[in-house]
Design a protein around this ligand. Structure first.
Ligand code: BGC
Length: 811
C-alpha cells in the first residue's frame, strides 16, 4: 500500500466516505484501484464466530466450526489473567486460519446488576479484574497480529434498553467504576480498535459522544486506533465522525455515506476530520497486514483442550459437606437434562459452533462411572414435567447420592434481553426440593451465566458452579467432581440472595433512562457498606484443600506498595489458592467504599507446601476522582491493607500511612455527603446535583420518531401493523426451529431466533435501519414513522421515493 499521505491525496471524497463504513455485515469497504484491501471483523469474545452464510445485519446464522471457550464469567472466576491471554492467542490462531483481521472482543463492561442478560460475556463487577483480564486477552490476540475491538464503550449495563436507553451516571462513578477497565486495557494493551455502545451516556449517544470518544479515549488515554460503532449504533453519522467515531458498522447504509459526502461538501464536516478517520482506517489496514504465522496441526483439538483446562480453573466450589470429591463407590443417581445437554455458552452474537461438545454424560461414560440417569426436567423449558419428576424420585430410592445438573437456559438469559428476577425454573427448584426431602445427599452442579436464587441451598450437600464452561465443560465437571483436579475458582461477582438486594434495584430497567443512583457503590462496594446478607460474597470459593495465611509484610517504595504473605497448603489435596488484597479506605472528605480490591494472585501449592506470595499496587490507585478539580486526588492518611480469601474472609491486616498525597477540599455539598455516606437504597433527591443531569425520562414522546422502539410503535394503528409484520417475519424462523426434530442444530436455531424475537421489540427504528446492511433503508424508516404517526400521504410518498446509492469503489 502507498503511504497514508499519498493515499489521502489520491482518494476521492466518495471513496473516503466508503472507507469509513462496513459492508456485508462483517467486511469494511476497500478501494481496489489504490490496492486498499477490505478488512474482516467478527465476534468474539469466547471464540471465533465466523458466519458461513452472510445474512446482513446482525449476521446471526450459520457459523464455521471454532473452539467454544468458557465464557468471560468463567474465565474471570479463575482469577488468573494468564488464561485470558492464552485464550486470546488461541482465538487469534483461529482468526488467522479463517482470515479474520479484527476480533470483536473482549467485553469489559462492569456487571452493575446480576439481571443483565449479557453478564456472562463480561468479567466482573470490579474494574481491576475486568481491566486485568481484558488487558491480557487483548495482548494475547494482538501478539499474533490480529486486532481486537474492546467493547461496549461505555456504561452499557442492561440489554432491554441498550438501543434506546440513556445511562445517567455521575462522573466519579464513571471514572472509578465504569471507565476504569477500558482505561486500563487501552493504556496497557493498546487495542487496535474500540467499539462504542448503543446507549446514550448522560444524554448523548456513545456513537457521537465527544467526551468518550475523543477527550477521554484519545486525548487523555492516548488511544491511537479506530473507534467503530456497535452494529447499528450510528445515530447522526456526521456528528459521529466529528466526535471521533471512525467506522460505521455493519455499514451499507447509503444515508450515512451520503451524509458524509454532503457534509464534507457543505462544510458541516471539515475535510480534516474526515481525513483523520480515513487515516485511522488506513493505519488499521497497515496493522492488520502484518505478517502472521499460521499455527500447525489440529489447532481445534488443541484449543478444545485449553478450553477444558480453563473451565477446570474457573469452576467454583460453593458448598461441600465432604460429599465431594466423589469416590466412584457411590450409588449414584444423576438428575437433570443438562447432564446430556449441558449449557456451555451464552446466546447472542457470541454463539459459537464448536466441532464437538463433551457433556458430563460423555465424560462419565468415558470414565466408566456407574450411575442411574433420569432427566427429571427438560432443558429450555421452565414448566414442570410430572412424569419425569416422578421417575427421578422413584430412582432416588435406590441411590445414596444424587447429582443434580441444572441452571439457567438461553431462554432465560441471553444477549438482547434482561432477566426480571434471579429465580430458577419451577421444574428445577420443585424437583430439587423433593429430591432433598428424600434425605439422600444432593449435589448441585450448576450451569449459569450469572447468579441465581438458591432457596434450597442450606439443605444441599455440595454445590459446584461450572458457570458456562465451554465445549469440553462436561469433562471439566467430571474431573472436578471426582477429585482429579481440585476446584480453585472464586467468584468475580457477589451473589445476592435475590435481585431485590442489589444496589440498583430501585431503578433497574424501569424505563429507558437508567439512573445509576448508587454511584460508586457497585457490587461488593455496595453490599459491604450496606451490610447486605449475601448468598456468597465477592471472591468466595472453596477448595478440597485448605490454606493458611501468615507473615504479612509491606514495603513502600515511592509510588509502589509491595505486600508479601506466606500461604501454606495445610489440607490433603494439592491445589491453587487465590489470595486477594483489599485496601480499606482512609477516613475521607468524600464518600468511599469500605474497601476495594487492589491486587490478587493465584498460586498452585502441593500438600504441605508454603509459598511467599507477593502482590503490588501503586499508591496512586487509592486516589478518588475529584469532580470539581477534574483530577485524581490521593488523600493522605492511614489505610488498612487486608489480605483475604474473599471479600468477607479477611485473614491478615496491617496499616499503612500515605504522606505523599494531599488534603483537597471536598467537591461535594453537605447534602450529597449525607445522602451517600452509606449507599442510598433509592434515587436520592440530590442525584441530579451529583450528576448534573435531570433526565428522569418519565414522559414518552407524543409523536413516534426514528428513536422510538418497535414496541412503542404499537401506540398507533399503522405502527401496530409495522410491529406485527416485523414480528411475523422473525417469529417465522423461531417457529421453523421449534418444528425441527430434537438435535443440536435445532437448539442452536432456537437460541438464535429466540434472541432476535426477544431483542427486536426493544430496537429503535433507527437502529434497525442502521443494522440492516442497507436492506431497511433510511427512506423506508422515515416513511414508516410518518405512516405510524398518521401521515399517510407523506408516508407513502416517502416510501415510494427511489434513491440510487453511488456505487462502492470497484463496483
Ligand atoms: C453486539 C456486539 C457484537 C455485534 C456484532 C452487536 O449486537 O452488541 O457485541 O460484536 O453485534 O455481532
Amino acid at each position: 500500500m502507498k503511504s497514508k499521505n499519498k493515499l489521502l491525496n489520491l482518494l476521492t471524497i466518495e471513496e473516503k466516505a466508503a472507507l469509513i463504513e462496513g459492508n456485508d455485515s462483517w467486511n469494511t469497504n476497500g478501494v481496489p484501484r489504490l490496492d486498499i484491501p477490505k478488512l474482516f471483523l467478527t465476534d468474539g469474545p469466547h471464540g471465533l464466530r465466523k458466519v458461513r452464510t452472510v445474512s446482513g445485519g446482525f449476521g446471526i446464522s450459520d457459523n464455521a466450526h471454532s473452539t467454544a471457550f468458557p465464557t468471560s464469567v468463567t474465565v474471570a472466576s479463575s482469577w488468573n489473567p494468564e488464561h485470558a491471554r492464552r485464550m486470546g492467542e488461541a482465538i487469534a490462531e483461529e482468526c488467522i486460519a479463517e482470515e479474520v483481521d479484527v476480533l470483536l472482543a473482549p467485553g469489559v463492561n462492569i456487571k452493575r446488576s446480576p439481571l443483565c442478560g449479557r453478564n456472562f460475556e463480561y468479567y466482573s463487577e470490579d474494574p481491576l479484574i475486568s481491566g486485568d483480564f481484558g488487558t491480557a486477552f487483548v495482548q494475547g490476540v494482538q501478539s499474533k497480529g490480529v486486532g481486537c475491538s474492546v467493547k461496549h464503550f461505555a456504561a452499557n449495563s442492561n440489554e432491554n434498553y441498550r438501543f434506546v436507553g440513556n445511562s445517567v451516571v455521575d462522573e466519579r462513578a464513571l471514572r472509578e467504576i465504569y471507565l476504569r477497565a477500558f482505561e486500563s486495557v487501552v493504556k496497557k494493551a493498546k487495542p487496535y480498535t474500540v467499539m462504542c455502545s448503543y446507549n446514550q451516556l448522560n444524554g448523548t449517544f456513545a456513537s457521537q459522544n465527544q467526551l468518550l470518544l475523543s477527550s477521554l479515549l484519545r486525548d487523555e488515554w492516548g488511544f491511537d486506533g479506530v473507534v467503530m460503532t456497535d452494529w447499528g449504533a450510528t445515530c447522526d453519522r456526521v456528528e459521529g465522525v466529528l466526535a471521533g467515531c471512525d467506522l460505521d458498522m455493519p455499514g451499507g447504509v447509503w444515508h450515512n455515506r451520503k451524509s458524509i459526502i454532503e457534509g464534507t461538501l457543505s462544510g458541516r464536516l471539515p475535510i480534516s476530520k474526515l481525513d483523520q478517520s480515513v487515516e485511522r482506517i488506513l493505519t488499521l489496514v497497515d496493522r492488520c497486514a502484518s505478517k502472521k504465522s499460521k499455527a500447525n496441526g489440529d489447532i481445534l483439538e488443541a484449543h478444545a483442550q485449553l478450553s477444558c483446562e480453563i473451565a477446570k480453573e474457573g469452576a467454583v466450589l460453593l458448598k461441600n459437606d465432604g460429599t465431594l470429591p466423589l469416590s466412584g463407590k457411590e450409588k449414584l443417581l444423576v438428575v437433570g437434562e443438562m447432564f446430556e445437554k449441558m449449557r456451555y455458552q451464552g446466546a447472542g452474537s457470541s454463539l459459537i459452533n464448536p466441532p464437538r461438545v463433551i457433556t458430563p454424560k460423555n465424560a462419565f461414560d468415558e470414565r466408566g462411572i456407574p450411575y442411574i440417569y433420569e432427566k427429571g426436567f427438560r432443558c429450555f423449558y421452565t414448566d414442570r414435567d410430572f412424569a419425569l419428576e416422578q421417575a427421578a424420585l422413584d430412582a432416588a430410592k435406590e441411590a445414596d447420592t444424587i447429582l443434580f445438573f441444572g441452571g439457567l437456559s438461553d431462554f432465560e438469559e441471553s444477549e438482547g434481553f434482561d432477566r426480571e428476577h434471579m429465580v430458577m425454573g419451577d421444574n428445577q427448584t420443585k424437583l430439587l426440593d423433593a429430591l432433598i426431602a428424600t434425605g439422600k445427599k444432593v449435589v448441585l452442579v450448576l450451569f449459569t451465566g450469572a447468579p441465581v436464587e438458591l432457596p434450597f441451598f442450606d439443605r444441599l450437600s455440595s454445590m459446584l458452579n461450572m458457570y458456562l464452561p465451554g465445549m469440553y465443560g462436561g469433562e471439566a465437571a467430571a474431573a472436578l467432581l471426582y477429585g482429579e483436579v481440585t476446584p480453585s475458582g472464586k467468584l468475580a461477582e457477589s451473589w445476592p440472595m435475590s435481585a431485590r438486594d442489589t444496589s440498583c434495584y430501585a431503578d433497574y430497567n424501569l424505563s429507558a433512562v437508567s439512573q445509576y443512583y448508587e454511584s460508586i457503590y457497585v457490587g461488593y462496594r455496595f453490599y459491604d457498606k450496606a451490610g447486605t446478607k449475601l448468598r456468597f460474597p465477592f471472591g468466595f470459593g472453596l477448595s478440597y484443600s485448605s490454606f493458611h495465611y501468615s507473615n504479612l509484610s509491606i514495603k513502600q517504595h515511592g509510588n509502589e506498595i509491595t505486600v508479601m504473605i506466606d500461604v501454606t497448603n495445610n489440607g490433603n489435596f494439592s491445589g491453587s489458592e487465590i489470595v486477594q488484597l483489599y485496601v480499606r479506605n482512609n477516613k475521607s472528605k468524600v464518600f468511599k467504599a469500605d474497601k476495594e480490591l487492589r491486587a490478587f494472585r493465584k498460586e498452585f501449592l502441593a500438600v504441605g507446601e508454603t509459598q511467599t506470595i507477593e502482590m503490588k499496587f501503586d499508591q496512586s490507585d487509592l486516589s478518588y476522582w475529584n469532580v470539581k478539580e477534574q483530577r485524581w486526588v490521593l488523600e493522605n492518611g492511614s489505610y488498612e491493607i487486608a489480605v483475604a480469601a474473599s471479600a468477607a474472609d479477611i485473614r491478615l491486616t496491617a496499616q499503612i500511612n500515605i504522606n505523599g498525597g494531599e488534603e483537597a477540599v471536598t467537591p461535594y455539598s453537605d447534602e450529597i455527603l449525607a445522602a451517600y455516606d452509606v449507599p442510598p437504597l433509592r434515587i436520592p433527591s440530590v442525584f441530579a446535583d451529583l450528576t448534573g443531569h435531570t433526565d428522569r425520562g418519565t414522559k414518552p414522546e407524543p409523536a413516534l420518531s426514528l428513536e422510538s422502539s418497535l414496541f412503542e410503535f404499537k401506540r398507533s394503528l399503522m405502527g401496530r401493523l409495522l410491529f406485527a409484520s416485523v414480528m411475523y417475519v422473525i417469529q417465522k424462523d423461531y417457529k421453523k426451529a421449534l418444528a425441527m426434530p430434537d438435535s443440536l442444530e435445532r437448539d442452536t436455531r432456537l437460541k438464535n431466533s429466540h434472541f432476535v424475537v426477544k431483542m427486536m421489540p426493544y430496537n429503535s427504528i433507527r437502529s434497525m435501519c442502521m443494522s440492516s446492511g442497507g436492506k431497511f433503508t433510511y427512506q423506508t424508516a422515515i416513511g414508516f414513522v410518518e405512516l405510524a404517526n398518521g401521515n399517510l400521504i407523506r408516508g407513502l410518498k416517502t416510501l415510494l421515493k427511489k434513491e440510487k446509492p453511488l456505487p462502492l469503489p470497484g463496483e
